[in-house]
Design a protein around this ligand. Sequence first.
Ligand SMILES: Nc1nc2c(c(=O)[nH]1)N[C@H]1C(S)=C(S)[C@@H](COP(=O)(O)O)O[C@H]1N2
Ligand SMILES: [Mo]
Length: 323
Amino acid sequence: MLIGKRPDIPSSAITPKDQYLNRRRFLRGAVATGVAALGAERLAEVFSPRTGALAGTKLETVKSPLTTTGEELTSLEDITHYNNYYEFGVNKDEPAKNAGVLPTRPWTVRVEGKVKAPKTFDIEALLKLRPLEDRVYRHRCVEAWSMVIPWVGYSLSEFINQCEPLSTAKYVQFLSYYDKHVEKWASASTISWPYSEGLRMDEAMNPLALLTFGLYGEVLPNQDGAPIRIVVPWKYGFKSAKSIVAVRFLDKQPPTTWNDQAQSEYGFYSNVNPIVDHPRWSQKTERRIGKAFYAQRRTTLMFNGYGDQVASLYKGMDLKKYF
Ligand SMILES: Nc1nc2c(c(=O)[nH]1)N[C@H]1C(S)=C(S)[C@@H](COP(=O)(O)O)O[C@H]1N2
Ligand SMILES: [Mo]
């Protein structure tokens, strides 16, 4: 899946062979065929010794029928410099500055709870589980701004099937990486870490829910949730947990970070809904992040425009009550 990029790397940047061999041991067996496409020097360059960062590495992708078309993409610059990632600071520009220390290799995702048997998936195996798709989605933050992001990943349902959940699993919880020594900005907020989010099982199985590894055809930048995150395009952005290390199947609704912070402001469902306002601001319109700041105000769409695919999940539910 991983394809070398940036043929312009100066030879001075190429790592000496002994270091390469050390990293090679560290990567043992993990990357198999994917990395065969990379030259030895490129591989060493890509895996920085400190973080194992892969950001900027090209991913091999296929087109997806589930992509949103016709809308101008938000620039890579905006997608990577206007972030919410509180573990790396509460201001929008902080994750880009601070998330470089996130150790994205080695990386595993633990699966536990109501499953046939608990297991752990290595990130390299997850990258190869299914063909990676290019999927453009609208991204709507509860703060009333939005973007259009070309993600790379495959349906979360494909992964959930591999987890072999039991019939008693009604909800799924996602837990983000947390290490207070690495994410030293996290203690500035009152959030109890790790970041936790969750979906009802049928929501998680909807093909639009994306297990995400990249954007703009490349490995996710750390500030966007490397090396693996969830994207749920019909819900407010906070439902889409970044840098996940554990997935838990449960018979009860899991506690979730923003709901714990302010129950009356952030519901468990948090479907994008222009007729249910946040107690402190309207959700009727949104600001599309981009060049023309004031020209970009637009009407917010029910379920962020994905109603055809997801409205049936909420049939008969009072969405003012289950906001
Ligand atoms: N672990 C973690 N995941 C998180 C957040 C966070 O602070 N920590 N912020 C959420 C919010 S509020 C939004 S809008 C999206 C932002 O994703 P982006 O920065 O890739 O646009 O990530 C969500 N996932
Ligand atoms: Mo958000």
